[in-house]
Design a protein around this ligand. Structure first.
Ligand SMILES: Cc1cc2nc3c(=O)[nH]c(=O)nc-3n(C[C@H](O)[C@H](O)[C@H](O)COP(=O)(O)OP(=O)(O)OC[C@H]3O[C@@H](n4cnc5c(N)ncnc54)[C@H](O)[C@@H]3O)c2cc1C
Length: 390
């Protein structure tokens, strides 16, 4: 029979949320096990998965020890946003208006994940179990026990489910997930462009979905085009030339001629909320705990803030307190509830308002967009929402 490995905290999933939690707890008294089925890979060229990381999370990633190791020449600061409605509405605002250097930093997901992985790997208090798949999870009053599919047994005071929207860990509990597919794909790709974008993120609310152009360093940008499944499938079936022409036309040729750098890929989009993100000896973070539409680019920003707040609470606990105590975890859940609710519902509301085919609302929403753009304090509020300072 295999020997049981003892940890204080077992984190299942070393995506950005789980690995950042482990790194935020590096050098602490906690012995941490990080369970992951496959190690992250940084793409050789430009990564198709590009995230807008908020200023608060740049600080968090600095604290995790990775921000200054990322190649600054591959990070694009967003200095202004230019949002267009589908019937003439327009709204533009800048970081300058709310006294910030940038609204967000556009970073490749694979490079962030690899840096977090390398940092976690070097820590004496973190053990990475990979490749590993959990097979059975049992919550007992004195500890949680996790059996891996290769027969290894682990025990911990606290299990953190950071294993994404289809969380296996969540599935082993009674926690109810309310999941609603948007019936859309987020189509992503990277382009080189003829004209400089000057750090501008463009967003178009269109009849056929929401298109964002996010600035990468140099004359390059990344797109997220969220569009109904059938249209996304048709888009993904286009030749590279036809797809490039479609993207250039949809953006009104704002940045001149385009050249496709990374082939288009599609990701299903979902809304998800849970009745609870904690139980005795369990906390769920990141996409395991909530899923939001990418139109506001807040998904992983919520995951990073879950990790930051949980790390803060665990680090502040006196050594005699049990880190899997449900009261401790409930206090963390309360601290995270407001921001998660606000971002999730605001993003979902915006999606409903600008949903393709929401016909009679078109005039109203375009007028609203232009009105918001003409009121300076409102622009500043929107700039803070875009920067994740809700
Ligand atoms: C098109 C698109 C664009 C987006 N753009 C943005 C953006 O600009 N800004 C932003 O903040 N967010 C964005 N998001 C959201 C972002 O992608 C997610 O919020 C983020 O990836 C969630 O990270 P996570 O670590 O919580 O989960 P995941 O990335 O899903 O990671 C889960 C990890 O757990 C591992 N795992 C899963 N199951 C198991 C198992 N059984 N055993 C072992 N390991 C397991 C996986 O291998 C993975 O490493 C976007 C999403 C989409 C679809």
């Amino acid at each position: 029979m295999s020997k049981t490995q003892h940890f204080d905290i077992l984190i299942v999933g070393a995506g950005l949320s789980g690995a950042s939690l482990a790194c935020a707890l590096r050098g602490s008294r906690y012995r941490i096990g990080l369970v992951e089925r496959q190690r992250p890979q940084a793409a050789a060229g430009w990564d198709a998965r590009i995230y807008a990381v908020s200023p608060a999370n740049v600080d968090f990633l600095r604290r995790c020890g990775i921000w200054d190791h990322l190649d600054a020449d591959r990070i694009g600061p967003v200095e202004r946003m230019d949002v267009s409605g589908d019937a003439g509405g327009r709204l533009a605002f800048s970081a300058y208006e709310c006294g910030m250097q940038s609204l967000a930093s556009i970073v490749e997901a694979g490079r962030m994940a690899s840096e977090l992985w390398e940092t976690a790997r070097r820590q004496p208090n973190i053990e990475i179990l990979c490749p590993a798949e959990p097979a059975a999870l049992d919550f007992r009053p004195e500890a949680a026990r996790l059996r891996l599919s290769d027969g290894r047994e682990c025990q911990a005071s606290l299990v953190v489910g950071a294993d994404g929207v289809n969380s296996w860990v969540r599935g082993q509990t009674r926690i109810q997930a309310h999941l609603r597919p948007y019936e859309e794909l987020g189509v992503v790709a990277n382009f080189a462009c003829e004209r400089p974008h000057a750090g501008t993120a463009f967003q178009w609310f269109r009849e056929d979905g929401i298109l964002a152009w996010l600035p990468l360093p140099g004359n390059r940008f990344s797109i997220v085009w969220s569009t109904p499944d059938a249209q996304a499938d048709a888009m993904l079936a286009l030749s590279p030339e036809a797809f490039t022409a479609k993207v250039a036309e949809a953006g009104g040729h704002r940045l001149g001629k385009l050249e496709l750098l990374t082939p288009a890929a599609g990701f299903p989009l979902r809304f998800m909320k849970l009745d609870s993100t904690v139980a005795s000896r369990l906390a769920l973070i990141g996409d395991a705990a909530h899923a939001v539409h990418p139109l506001s680019g807040h998904g992983i920003n919520l995951g990073f803030q879950d990790a930051r707040a949980l790390a803060d609470r665990l680090l502040a606990l006196p050594a005699f307190r049990d880190c899997g105590d449900e009261n401790v975890l409930r206090a963390w859940q309360r601290a995270r509830a407001e921001e998660t609710l606000l971002v999730r519902e605001l993003t979902d509301g915006l999606h409903r308002l600008f949903k393709p085919s929401s016909g009679p609302l078109s005039l109203l929403r375009n007028a609203g967009l232009s009105l918001a753009g003409s009121i300076s304090p409102l622009r500043s509020v929107l700039a803070r929402y875009a920067a994740g300072l809700t």
